[in-house]
Design a protein around this ligand. Structure first.
Ligand code: ZN
Length: 135
């Protein structure tokens, strides 16, 4: 793995959270993007070399909606950048980690992503992400 790519924070209301984090960082978000397949709307902030992703559910079927039902707003996942997501998925599966998707899927911000089940990662939801390179 290369580095932490971003930290994902689950929020109930994206507009309110955007205001709060804009005040906190002293800078507004650089992007908002809906990921239809995940039923989420995301908002990205750049903080120095780091990135924060806010996630709001757009439907009750969203993993974020289910997360907010069980828990509260807060840190939802940590995303790690990888060079070769298929290689890392195979490697981690062979190490006994449970992958939440068998194939890399299209995530927000031009990334291929895969999540690891938190029950196999000490309770931390981990996202692998690889930049989609334009061929
Ligand atoms: Zn993420």
């Amino acid at each position: 793995m290369v580095r932490i790519e971003h930290i994902g924070i689950a929020v109930k209301e994206l507009d309110k959270a955007n205001e709060l984090f804009t005040k906190l960082f002293g800078e507004s978000n650089y992007k908002e993007e809906s990921v239809e397949s995940e039923h989420v709307k995301t908002s990205f902030f750049q903080v120095g070399p780091n990135k924060i992703e806010l996630l709001e559910a757009t439907s009750e079927d969203s993993a974020i909606a289910k997360y907010l039902e069980k828990k509260s707003e807060g840190i939802h996942h940590i995303a790690f950048e990888v060079d070769d997501i298929e290689y890392e998925m195979k490697r981690l599966a062979s190490e006994g980690f449970q992958l939440l998707n068998e194939q890399p899927k299209k995530g927000a911000d031009n990334k291929l992503v895969c999540f690891l089940h938190p029950k196999t990662t000490n309770g931390v939801l981990i996202e692998l992400c690889q930049e989609i390179k334009s061929k």
